[in-house]
Design a protein around this ligand. Structure first.
Ligand SMILES: [Zn+2]
Length: 88
């Protein structure tokens, strides 16, 4: 894993296997964010904005769902594997 300190405060995309740096306040990179179903984006925002932000169970659940959805869509089976290849 690369340990570059980003110039601005940021973090890695929440999607599994994606190490794109995204800005604070963004959950994932644009590519992954727009792969989500609209209802998932809504759920993430709704729970994020409900006051407790990332500490709320609802938010974490919404993020979990989104990450699982993307992993399934990209054919990334589990946390144990390190997938570097692009799905065909
Ligand atoms: Zn990503």
């Amino acid at each position: 894993m690369t340990v570059y300190a980003p110039r601005r405060q940021g973090h890695e995309c929440a999607a599994r296997g994606c190490d794109v740096q995204v800005a604070r306040g963004m959950l994932m990179c644009r590519r992954h964010w727009w792969m989500l179903r609209p209802s998932m984006r809504d759920a993430v925002w709704a729970t994020y904005l409900d006051g407790k932000g990332i500490l709320s169970d609802g938010y974490r659940q919404a993020v979990d769902d989104a990450v699982e959805y993307l992993a399934a869509k990209e054919g990334i089976a589990s946390l144990s594997g390190h997938t570097t290849g692009e799905p065909a």
